[in-house]
Write a protein that binds this ligand. Structure first.
Ligand code: F6P
Length: 342
């Protein structure tokens, strides 16, 4: 078979490991041939297709980013006839099936194409860990490692200067990176979208920490808004896809904490640093298993389905399970974290 791969949406450590594993499995087991659509669905729309032979994927498991490039382009944007555009490119290159590696937006597009007869299978990708269809995705572990190391550093400089440090991590609509990195680094308050603390509660935890003669460390997910936020508290521009361009909640909170608690407070936004760099060993293995399983799924005529992790097993589930089904931090995980605050 001739299989096209694409990586779409925000990049994520482990994408290259998926590509490598898919090519190795396809080459060794099925004698498949591989090509890549460049920059996500844009490559399928604009006919930007490159060969991905076995020699091209050598040593890729440890490489961050994606050799295929990525974008948030969508073949159905502006009422485009996505099915016709993708079908034409597939016919021109005699492509039999597509492996789409991406988050909920990408998988939504993949499902729309699959329901109209395009043979697409999905590989879930998100640093935010926000897809309920899979227990974990690759990239999350790496992001948590990077965030934890950064929080340890912030904590150290905070202690030296007797300051409160507020660190913003990724997490558009869920707080998994904040929860895990905050717990790992011993943060004194963790602010996540699912269980929004009030400004008073945040300041109380900071005060309690300060009273114990510790330098408070506050971790905040980028998608957090305090429960009692006044109107206009957050004011974001929209990106070209109509999504709020997040970032900046740490800078908003820091002066409020400084004024209310009376401790010098500094804000740091970790931002895209959490998405760059080499994947952890865990993410390399998970991405590799996903890549191999995606090729097997193509050969089982698995159009409209995606690979997923359930416990320690790689399974496949309908793409629809990944759509509009965010995995939020659960009450029991939040209650555990709150025990450690202050
Ligand atoms: O969706 C993953 C994510 O990393 C979010 O946490 C973040 O808000 C967003 O992507 C950033 O997107 P961009 O790379 O377009 O700035």
């Amino acid at each position: 078979m001739k299989i096209a791969m694409l990586t779409s949406g925000g990049d994520c450590p482990g994408l290259n490991a998926v590509i490598r594993a898919a090519v190795l499995r396809g080459d060794r087991t099925y004698e498949d041939e591989f090509v890549g659509f460049l920059d996500g669905w844009r490559g399928a729309i604009d006919d930007a297709v490159v060969p991905v032979p076995r020699r091209r994927v050598r040593g890729l498991a440890r490489l961050g980013g994606t050799i295929l490039g990525t974008s948030r382009a969508n073949p159905f944007h502006d009422d485009g006839d996505g099915v016709a555009l993708v079908r034409e490119t597939m016919e021109r290159h005699e492509i039999d099936a597509i492996i789409a590696i991406g988050g909920d937006g990408t998988l939504y597009t993949a499902n729309r194409l699959a329901t109209q007869g395009i043979p697409v299978v999905g590989v879930p990708k998100t640093v935010d860990n926000d897809l309920a269809a899979t227990d974990y995705t690759f990239g999350f572990d790496t992001a948590v490692e990077i965030a934890t190391e950064s929080l340890d550093r912030l904590r150290m400089t905070g202690e030296s200067h007797h300051r409160c440090m507020v660190a913003e991590v990724m997490g558009r609509s869920v707080g998994w990176i904040a929860l895990h990195s905050g717990m790992a680094s011993g943060a004194h308050v963790i602010c996540i979208p699912e269980f929004p603390l009030s400004i008073d509660e945040i300041c109380d935890y900071v005060q309690q920490t300060w009273d114990r003669k510790r330098a408070p460390l506050v971790v905040v997910a980028e998608g957090f808004t305090p429960r009692d936020a006044p109107p206009g508290f957050r004011d974001y521009e929209l990106d070209e896809f109509g999504r709020p361009r997040l970032g900046g909640i740490a800078q908003t909170l820091a002066p409020i904490i400084e004024e209310r608690v009376g401790i010098e407070t500094r804000a740091t936004v970790l931002g895209h640093i959490q998405r760059g760099g080499e994947p952890t060993g865990y993410d390399r293995v998970l991405a590799t298993r996903f890549g191999m399983a995606a090729v097997d799924l193509v050969h089982r005529q698995g159009a409209g389905r995606m690979v997923a992790l359930r416990g320690t097993a790689i399974v496949d589930v309908p793409l629809t399970e990944a759509i509009d089904n965010p995995k939020r931090v659960t009450r029991d995980r939040w209650d555990e974290a709150v025990t450690l605050f202050g």
